[in-house]
Design a binder for this molecule. Structure first.
Ligand SMILES: [Zn+2]
Length: 282
């Protein structure tokens, strides 16, 4: 059993030198990837278009409509902008229509902004998990300001993703480098948060997650063993890898985990058990 905690439908812009323009996937492409790779369920995430003009993914109402007939396989997450009006009504409407979580929460706001805290308070009434995209000074920044919301909402499952999250697997990330390389000589902020708070999880999707684990495979084995109940398999399909192939379909994340030599118990947790705990908790 495999659950991909991080996929999208719609269009993503490529900035890689070998592919120009927009890559667009439809529901049959998503299901095709899942069938081919053996992924039984996937969390399909909305992205706020205003804050991220480089993705035109199928969002909120349209997403909920699109995945409706595949409810046994596709789990929709929606996003709202904490700065907008009528959030309570809009959230309640999305939940009624089938929204199962908040994500991809990629907003140009500090993680502990008052508007974010107010919005999360509404989200907490529904017991929904929140998957965020973190990028320093850009999106939901930063790991140091995350503590406040983790503390304020101890029953809310937060799922960390993005370069602003994963670069802090190491204590001294080079100042501007989004995807630092090299061995982990000193542990960083994310280990601290994972140890201190039980409501924070991490998804290994996209290049940010893959790079953080691949930069020091020996350390990653220890990391995945210690945090085996907190790490989630994800790909960020249909986003592109720097090799010009497509995450998910290229099996990069899956192959990496298989090759690392972690126990089958740990693998099972990362591939689906942890996600089940978050997605199907009563
Ligand atoms: Zn994404």
């Amino acid at each position: 059993m495999i659950i991909d905690i991080h996929v999208h439908l719609g269009s993503i812009r490529s900035f890689y030198s070998l592919i120009r323009g927009w890559v667009t996937v439809y529901i049959e492409d998503l299901l095709g990837y899942m069938d081919e790779v053996g992924v039984q369920k996937a969390v399909v995430l909305s992205v706020p278009r205003k804050d991220d003009p480089d993705s035109r993914v199928v969002s909120n109402e349209e997403l909920l409509r699109t995945v409706q007939e595949y409810e046994d396989r596709l789990i929709p997450f929606c996003v709202l902008d904490p700065r907008e009006n009528n959030l309570g009504d809009r959230l309640s409407r999305l939940v009624k229509l089938g929204c199962r979580g908040i994500g991809e929460f990629k907003v140009r706001l500090p993680a502990d902004d008052d508007s974010v805290v107010k919005f999360l308070k509404m989200v907490s009434d529904y017991g929904l998990p929140v998957l965020f995209h973190m990028e320093e000074g850009e999106y939901f920044y930063d790991v140091f300001r995350l503590r406040k919301v983790l503390e304020k909402f101890p029953d809310m499952a937060f799922i960390g993703h993005g370069p602003g999250w994963w670069r802090h697997i190491s204590k001294q990330p080079p100042s501007k480098e989004s995807y630092p390389k090299g061995p982990i000589t000193e542990e960083g902020m994310i280990q601290k948060l994972l140890r201190e708070y039980e409501n924070i999880y991490a998804d290994i999707s996209a290049y940010s997650g893959l790079n953080a684990l691949a930069r020091d495979p020996e350390y990653s084995k220890k990391f995945l063993s210690e945090f085996q109940d907190r790490v989630l398999f994800g790909t960020d399909f249909p986003c592109l890898s720097i090799t010009g192939s497509q995450f998910g379909v290229n099996r990069e994340h899956l192959n990496f985990l298989h090759k690392l030599g972690i126990s089958s118990e740990i693998l099972e947790r990362i591939l689906h058990l942890n996600a089940e705990k978050i997605l199907f908790r009563k």
